[in-house]
Ligand binder design. Structure first.
Ligand SMILES: [Zn+2]
Length: 183
């Protein structure tokens, strides 16, 4: 077996026909469709390219993710990551520790990050579960809902979040670029 890449000629039409992972191009060559291992069945005159299993995508330190907070205790928030940079779809679990919320003392996570919040965060490590940080100004909550009525919270010019439905004011670690701004 040998490794072949997409488009690589692996046989001529007269020698063998593609049985999978290969095609016949107009010039009469059997070419590979994928990166994989070539299996040449001379007896049946067939070629098969078995695709290499794609390596699982992983995040790199300092990459930026978006996710939804699934729960928040005093020390830790769990984040369901749904996207990485460049809007690439990505599913993984992230963990935000209270020490990574902001510089200075944070008494309790849930004063700054609450379940249901959409957060933008920086990744600190390279293997799941991913450790996250929202310390930087661009990181933090980008969308949040009112704890009282569930309506979207809007950013007030003085820096707190306000519910347009019930008037409740709330605090978060708000990211520059919070999506809903009161005007
Ligand atoms: Zn409300």
């Amino acid at each position: 077996m040998s490794l072949v890449t997409p488009g690589e000629p692996i046989a001529v039409e007269e020698e063998a026909l593609p049985a999978g992972g290969a095609y016949i191009s107009r010039d009469g060559y059997v070419r590979s469709m994928v990166t994989g291992l070539l299996q040449f069945d001379k007896y049946r005159k067939q070629v098969l390219v078995k695709p290499l299993v794609r390596r699982e995508l992983t995040l790199k330190p300092n990459s930026v993710i978006e996710g939804v907070v699934t729960n928040a205790s005093e020390d830790v928030a769990m984040v369901k990551i749904y996207a990485s940079e460049n809007n690439m779809r990505f599913n993984a679990i992230g963990i935000l520790h209270v020490s990574q919320v902001m510089d200075g003392y944070v008494s309790a996570m849930y004063d700054y990050i609450k379940p249901g919040d959409v957060v933008k965060a920086k990744v600190l490590n390279s293997t799941p579960p991913y450790l996250l940080s929202v310390k930087e100004p661009l990181m933090g909550v980008i969308a949040a809902q009112c704890s009282h009525c569930g309506s979207t919270l809007h950013l007030h010019p003085s820096g707190y979040l306000v519910c347009r439905n019930c008037g409740r004011q709330e605090k978060r670690k708000i990211a520059v670029g919070y999506l809903y701004v009161l005007r």
